[in-house]
Design a protein around this ligand. Structure first.
Ligand code: NI
Length: 263
């Protein structure tokens, strides 16, 4: 499956799952049709690693943010740290940030909401888009998005068609990844069908969420080919055209220019 022009709008190549062969793997991405990648931070340490990857690889950009599962034991000056990181070149978004109510042992909801809200306000003040993680927290997520109206994307979209409509009404993008290809995927398929072409982003969330037929294995940006092929099939479109369209969308959102080259 060979496509070109892939823009992976959400990756975690700083993850330990890539420690053994990161250099090799990242060097091979352009040859596999991957043109640009946004590597997301999940806490201050991984946001620093994301920044380092963006310095090293000309086809990488970075996002910096505190993931809701990391919204605890933060240093007093975390907001200043984040702001300093985000002022560096090739920083294109605040993310990933949001709410995750899935596990009881996650940080208290109050703390999650506080850290999330502060980061949306920071993104708005810096003129940057946000990359939103929402897991089993649709109501509270939508409330804060409606209140602050950031630009951005709801990544690995897991909400209903109704919620997708609300996200679109706010002018935001919808990120779709490997979950669309899963056998039991019903709602993600419906969402993939209804997202307007100019609001759809492709993503991996690698090392997680590998598409079928690699489900459960380590994911990487080249496998977006399988996700795109499935979404194109659902929508009755051509996969390369869908990839091209998602490239323009991600470039518009993160780089402010539809024809961005990554230079
Ligand atoms: Ni992620």
């Amino acid at each position: 499956m060979q496509y070109v022009n892939i823009f992976d709008s959400h990756a975690h190549y700083d993850d330990a799952a890539f420690d053994e062969d990161r250099e090799q793997l990242l060097a091979a991405l352009p040859g596999a049709g991957v043109r640009l990648v946004v590597n997301c931070g999940a806490d201050l340490a991984s946001s620093r690693k994301a920044a380092a990857l963006a310095r090293e690889y000309p086809y990488f950009y970075a996002a910096a943010g505190i993931h809701p599962e990391e919204a605890h034991d933060l240093p007093e000056d975390w907001e200043d740290e984040l702001k300093a990181l985000l002022s560096q070149p090739r920083e294109v978004a605040v993310g990933e940030i949001g709410l995750d109510y899935h596990f009881d042992e996650n940080p208290p909801r109050e703390a999650q909401r506080d850290v999330f809200q502060k980061q949306i306000i920071l993104a708005n003040s810096l003129g940057l888009p946000v990359i939103i993680h929402d897991r089993d927290a649709h109501g509270d997520t939508m409330e804060l998005l409606q209140k602050h109206r950031p630009r951005g994307v709801v990544h690995c979209f897991s909400g209903s068609v109704e919620m997708a409509k609300e996200v679109l009404r706010l002018g935001m993008y919808i990120g779709l990844g490997g979950a669309v290809t899963f056998k039991n995927a019903r709602v993600p398929v419906e969402v993939a069908k209804m997202v307007p072409p100019d609001r759809l982003l492709l993503e991996t969330d690698c090392p997680y969420m590998a598409p079928v037929p690699f489900r459960g294995k380590r994911n990487d940006s080249s496998l977006i080919a399988y996700t795109a092929a499935r979404i194109a099939e659902i929508r009755g479109e051509d996969a390369q055209e869908l990839i091209d369209c998602a490239f323009r969308n991600a470039s518009r959102l993160f780089l402010g220019n539809e024809n961005a080259t990554g230079d």
